[in-house]
Design a protein around this ligand. Structure first.
Ligand code: HEM
Length: 401
């Protein structure tokens, strides 16, 4: 059956209400739940299996710089970054050339080494929690863990982090709808990250290390522009900092919140083998990337809805994670689920490059906190709802020994 556009309900998922409780707006029963609606960015799909199908369908591709050119972006740092340094959004031929090069930087021995470094970074941050146990999980904890971990991973000294840590958080404005109000802040942030990146790339050229930046310089020395251009090295440092900072910053804080909200602290404390299940569940309940956008490259039908070549659509990961047709007790964190939320890091040739780093940060943070504290209480929570990357602005928490 083909559903006509006018028959689709309008639904704005870029709200706190939606992110906190999608089924309040979509419907709680598997039979009477909204499966697709007209959203801020095209038709928006909310079913878990449908979102999985969209990820797997080659006829639906991520956006490219064209999406932003069509919005009126004519040049400057936004276009430079999109083309030269944003693996998700660059032209497909750039993506396919650069992804294998970048992937080498995420090889198993690097991840093993990263886990050890992340443990040290997490300990430093957790040991700074005040004696009364009160803090904001986002600005005082996950912010520092995520930026220090990703910076160290790619070859940036932790002491340099204050030079760009506020700018990397601003880069999420790229995925915000409406887009134009955030552009001045986005351009300033991009300039800050680019200037820093130019300096560190120059430094690594003269003093190479075993890190991602030095790897990229070596690839260029071997293959020249056909492998990777100078601008691509500089802008990809910005790209990795964006992809690796805000995402884990949100997810680590949401993980602690979900564990506390669901009274699972004690169970996890006594059985650490359940930590990966808690991480997966936190991605299902509060995904740091609550929506992904795709463009149709030919006419097709998805979940009974006709799409035309050039149509832009949204996969709603928050809605998919709470799909009652796939997950029993969809609003509850359960550590014994058989159906796993396996799309939190995307799929296939677009699968998240940093998933192992992100998982390490999440698992190690929870483990270190469980070691030190016998309980945690959650206080005030504020959510920043817009964008492809979205999550908590702050989560006040109190840990007790
Ligand atoms: C909890 C944290 C994270 C989440 C939820 C997340 C989620 C995602 C998702 C869903 C995609 C696929 C986008 C698409 O299909 O269009 C993706 C891609 C990507 N992620 Fe992550 N990510 C996280 C952390 C990281 C980290 C730590 C890094 C860097 C070290 C990173 C680097 C990337 C890159 C480079 C891509 C683009 C891959 C490509 O297009 O080939 N991510 N991420």
């Amino acid at each position: 059956m083909t559903v006509l556009d006018e028959s689709l309900p309008e639904l704005d998922s870029h709200t706190v209400e939606f992110l906190e409780d999608p089924n309040q707006l979509l419907g709680r029963g598997p039979g009477d739940r909204i499966a697709v609606a007209r959203g801020r960015v095209g038709k928006e799909f909310f079913g878990y299996e449908t979102v999985g199908e969209i990820f797997r369908d080659d006829r639906l591709q991520p956006r490219s710089p064209q999406f932003y050119i069509d919005k009126g972006v004519e040049g400057g740092p936004i276009l430079d970054y999109l083309v030269d340094g944003n693996l998700s959004l660059t032209w497909p031929e750039n993506h396919d050339r650069l992804r294998p090069l970048l992937m080498k930087g995420f090889r198993p021995n690097r991840i093993k080494e990263a886990r050890e470094n992340i443990r040290g970074i997490v300990r430093g941050v957790v040991e700074a929690i005040p004696d009364d146990g009160q803090l904001d999980l986002v600005t005082e904890m996950s912010h520092h863990i995520s930026i220090r971990s990703i910076a160290t991973f790619i070859g940036i000294p932790v002491e340099d982090v204050p030079q760009f840590e506020h700018a990397t958080v601003e880069l999420r404005l790229l995925g915000q709808e409406p887009f134009w109000p955030g552009v001045p802040r986005l351009e300033t942030a991009l300039e800050t990250v680019r200037e820093y990146s130019e300096r560190i790339v120059e430094l690594r050229r003269t003093t190479p290390q075993a890190d991602l930046i030095s790897d990229l310089i070596a690839e260029r020395d071997r293959g020249g522009d056909e492998a990777i251009s100078e601008a691509e090295i500089v802008w990809n440092v910005a790209g990795i900092l964006l992809a690796g900072h805000d995402t884990t910053r949100y997810q680590i804080a949401s993980l602690i919140r979900s564990v506390a909200d669901n009274n699972l602290w004690q169970e996890l404390r006594s059985d650490r083998s359940l930590i990966p299940a808690a991480v997966l569940e936190s991605q299902r309940l509060h995904p740091a990337t609550p929506r992904q956008v795709r463009v149709a490259h030919e006419d097709l039908t998805v979940d009974g809805v006709e799409l035309h070549e050039g149509d832009v659509i949204t996969m709603n990961m928050s809605g998919a994670g709470r799909d009652p047709a796939f997950f029993t007790d969809p609003d509850v964190m359960r550590l014994d689920r058989e159906n796993r939320f396996d799309i939190g890091f995307g799929y296939g040739f677009r699968y998240c490059l940093g998933f192992a780093v992100a998982k390490a940060e999440l698992e190690i943070t929870l483990d270190e906190l469980l070691d030190r504290y016998s309980d945690v209480q959650i206080g005030d929570v504020a959510i920043e709802p817009t964008g492809v990357i979205a999550g908590p602005a702050h989560i006040h928490a109190t840990f007790s020994r």
